[in-house]
Design a protein. Structure first.
Length: 391
């Protein structure tokens, strides 16, 4: 039976992706992870997946001017757009084990191919569609959601302490313990199972600003909405599932090895460009339930900044790669409107406006007429319609 893997391609070795090969010495090298002809591989390059390979054979390839042994692939599927790991790892038929949540995005000692554990509902690799993702929530039992099969929830005891009681998966109308992720959580927290609030305190004491920012967003969302929608399960693993993890100083870290003859750049860590969007992804997910979101607060609290980041997060989700607000604005697909307190229906939708009918000279005295003019919302609606038709 064919097996399924992720293959980690160095950022500096794009020719491996373009020419569909991976060179790491003779067959049997641990870098190959035991892949055999007939197995399938999703190559990860620059934190994204855009194709599916099938192992053809172990053969010879010219690498750095010399003939070397390499594994050769056939491209059996190419996606229209690349999918970032934050979407690939939420595919509902991939089990959320250590390989998926950690090894796909981190440097692993002498391991270039990561096995994918699929559940019994997983289709043939060629039919896998990463547009289909599961939702992952951190929530209490009191909050009612419209769950879909495959959705996962980290169940808390309440909002006071936010202790993790269980990890569950939704299937056929009810929740069941999600053993794969629950056992991973227990394994990583054998000595102490900290609450979410305690983890935030430890993040501050341990000088871990990214973890502190993430946990603060989780707590704030649960306090305000009763739940937190996880935009990136890799970040969930790093910040919640592993509990308190004290980083070793850079001076004592062991630098990961790289395959023979391959530049020292095999890390596929999440790109920093996505980090600042994670906190806003929850608003993008909320748009699926309600297309209207109101951000409120006194001047200077970041409402405009947050709106821009929500737009970027939404576009990034659609495109599969980082999209800046300026790009969307240049395309005429977004417009900021400042409303005054007396904004009326006539200004917002449409209304009758007085107009002088006569000669165009400023001194000319013409008769007064009235015309129906579109307001800002109707103008933008027509603009969106024209853009859709032109596409």
């Amino acid at each position: 039976m064919s097996r399924l893997y992720f293959g980690k391609i160095s950022f500096k070795r794009k020719e491996q992706l373009d020419e569909s090969f991976y060179g790491a010495g003779e067959k049997g090298s641990p870098w190959y992870g035991g892949i055999e002809p007939g197995d399938y591989v999703f190559p990860i390059y620059n934190g994204k997946v855009d194709r599916l390979w099938k192992v053809r054979e172990y053969g010879k390839k010219i690498i750095f001017g010399q003939e070397e042994t390499a594994v050769l692939f056939d491209v059996v599927k190419k996606y229209e757009k690349p999918f970032h790991l934050s979407y690939v790892t939420r595919y509902p038929y991939f089990e959320m084990n250590l390989d998926l949540l950690n090894k796909t995005s981190k440097s692993v000692y002498k391991q270039g191919f990561i096995p994918i554990l699929c559940n019994e509902m997983c289709p043939d690799p060629v039919l896998i569609d990463f547009n289909k993702t599961r939702k992952v929530y951190i929530t209490t039992n009191k909050v009612q959601q419209r769950y879909q099969d495959g959705d996962v929830r980290i169940l808390l005891d309440g909002i006071e302490h936010m202790a993790i009681q269980d990890i569950q998966v939704y299937n056929q109308g009810e929740f069941h313990r999600y053993e794969v992720l629950w056992q991973l959580y227990k394994q990583k927290n054998e000595l102490n199972k900290y609450t979410i609030r305690e983890l935030l305190d430890w993040a501050r004491k341990d000088n871990a600003p990214k973890k502190e920012k993430y946990l603060y967003s989780v707590i704030e969302s649960i306090q305000n909405d009763g739940f937190f929608i996880v935009p990136n399960v890799i970040a969930l693993y790093d910040n919640v599932i592993v509990g308190r993890k004290v980083s070793v100083s850079n001076a004592t870290k062991i630098k990961p090895l790289t395959p023979p003859g391959i530049p020292d750049d095999e890390s596929n860590d999440e790109e920093d460009g996505y980090d600042d969007l994670e906190a806003y992804q929850k608003f993008v997910d909320l748009l699926e339930f309600n297309p209207n979101i109101i951000l409120y607060g006194p001047p200077g609290t970041g409402k405009t900044y947050s709106a821009i980041k929500i737009i970027e997060a939404n576009e990034t989700k659609i495109k599969g790669s980082r999209v800046r607000y300026e790009e969307v604005e240049k395309q005429g697909r977004v417009k900021f409107v400042t409303f005054h307190q007396a904004y009326s229906y006539e200004e917002f939708i449409e209304g009758i406006r007085p107009k002088l009918i006569g000669e165009e000279s400023e001194q000319a005295v013409g008769s007064l007429g009235y015309a129906i003019e579109d307001g800002i919302l109707k103008k933008n609606g027509h603009c969106c319609f024209r853009s859709a038709v032109e596409r």
